[in-house]
Design a protein around this ligand. Structure first.
Ligand code: NAD
Length: 331
């Protein structure tokens, strides 16, 4: 099948080409992000392959359908960037990679927590400048602390297991709890917020979870809480988080995703004046650690993403039912 691969980086090409030795699709690698204007680049293809910040809104999907595109193959787990209702109405099939390596994201979550707690990012810079002072680097033991996991799917469950290994008490909240999982202690969301020293977000971005963390829910948290988001940026109302950081209500913020990341992440903007004042304000806090949506970025995950994406495309081409299809109403 001829596939237009949007938002291609060198690493995408490497891993997709390696996996394609088995599937032998015709891959057209395109650097631009997919949106209504760039969709014309898919002319002559039957499928597009898209990533997290590609804009698969109604306008883009209509344009793609008019070009004869039949399949949207996401090389991500999240599909909040796709208007699934419109895709369904246009007869476009949407497939994704539901579980490439939940370990990659869970482990990066822990990395953010350890770095923030023990100020490893600050210590690294200090030591390189010959500053061996410990002032300002004071951390706390994770052992014995209470962690609130919001969303106990693949990533949330593994993150919980790692925290239990540290000797933390894990409280969980999910709108669809795993009834048979005895190792998770489910509580109501307000109860989790009130008890947790660390709140870690692992639910998808939906209409229901948009700004799940806002002024109201921040007010319900412990003073000095550590808030971690490796899921999707818009789970947190950034303005409310900044107010929480300024007041000290939020003691630490670790994020791998950001509400407006589409204008920033995955590009080298080091010579550009960044216009996003909220993002720039976040960077001024000593207790904020931001990574640019890199949780998924391990060789294991990229191999799995490439293999599953191409196998999803093969399933569609052969008219097979693909278990990785997503449709409106799923969450
Ligand atoms: P999953 O589908 O296995 O689990 C999601 C869980 O969230 C489910 O148990 C679901 O019931 C729960 N949930 C849904 N709506 C909820 C709500 N309103 N309140 C509470 N819980 C709710 O997904 P996963 O594989 O664990 O991934 C979780 C999220 O992580 C994805 O949706 C994606 O946005 C994000 N992600 C980020 C990266 C990254 O690189 N930063 C990579 C992969 C996934």
């Amino acid at each position: 099948m001829k596939v237009a691969v949007f938002s291609t980086k060198a690493y995408d090409r490497t891993f997709l080409e390696a996996a394609n030795t088995q599937t032998k699709h015709e891959l057209v690698f395109l650097e631009p992000r997919l949106n209504c204007e760039t969709s014309v680049l898919a002319t002559g293809c039957q499928a597009v392959c898209a990533f997290v910040n590609d804009e698969l809104n109604a306008k883009t999907l209509s344009k793609l359908a008019s070009l004869g595109i039949k399949l949207i193959a996401l090389r991500s787990a999240g599909y909040n960037n796709v208007d699934l209702v419109k895709a369904g109405n246009l007869g476009l099939t949407v497939v994704r990679v539901p579980a490439y390596s939940p370990y990659a994201i869970a482990e990066h979550t822990i990395g953010l927590i350890l770095a923030l707690n023990r100020r490893i990012h600050r210590a690294y810079n200090r030591v390189r400048e010959g500053n061996f002072s410990l002032e300002g680097l004071l951390g706390f033991d994770l052992h014995g602390k209470t962690v609130g996991i919001v969303g106990t799917g693949r990533i949330g469950t593994i993150t919980s297991q790692i925290f239990q290994g540290f000797g933390c008490k894990v409280l969980a909240y999910d709108k669809a709890p795993q009834e048979d999982n005895q190792s998770l202690e489910y509580v109501a969301f307000p109860q989790l917020l009130a008890a947790a020293d660390i709140v870690s977000l692992h639910c998808p971005l939906t209409a229901e979870t948009h700004h799940l963390i806002d002024a109201k829910t921040i007010a319900q948290m412990k003073t000095g809480v550590m808030l971690i988001n490796t899921s999707r940026g818009a789970l947190i109302d950034t303005k409310a988080a900044i107010i929480g950081l300024k007041s000290g209500k939020i003691g630490y913020l670790g994020i791998d995703v950001y509400e407006q990341e589409g204008d920033l992440f995955f590009e080298d903007l080091s010579s550009v004046v960044i216009q996003d004042d909220l993002f720039e304000r976040l960077l001024t806090f000593p207790n904020v650690l931001i990574t640019g949506h890199q949780s998924f970025f391990t060789t294991d995950a990229l191999t799995s993403i490439a293999e599953t994406t191409l196998s999803n495309i093969s399933d569609f081409e052969q008219g097979l039912v693909c278990s990785n299809q997503v449709t409106a109403g799923q969450n």
